[in-house]
Unconditional design. Structure first.
Length: 77
């Protein structure tokens, strides 16, 4: 599966069996046009890649859609 994803400014706290972790919500669309949400807790880049450029791009976020904005700040999983 391939996704086209955009980072949003929305951050939620996920409650897991091992504790709480913050996740940024990314909004995505599959190649087939299905919209979905990603709850991203960690993003890593390969050491040989341009770390500075990656960090600059990672800081770019947009406001979430109304659907994502309505997601509670604390989720129970």
């Amino acid at each position: 599966m391939k996704l086209k994803a955009e980072s949003t400014s929305k951050i939620v706290t996920l409650i897991t069996e091992t504790g709480a972790v913050e996740a940024r919500i990314w909004e995505a669309t599959t190649e087939g046009g299905v919209r979905c949400h990603l709850y991203v807790t960690l993003v890593a880049v390969a050491p040989e890649q341009d770390q500075n450029q990656f960090e600059l791009e990672l800081e770019q976020q947009r406001e979430p859609t109304a659907e994502v904005a309505a997601i509670p700040l604390r989720l129970i999983l």
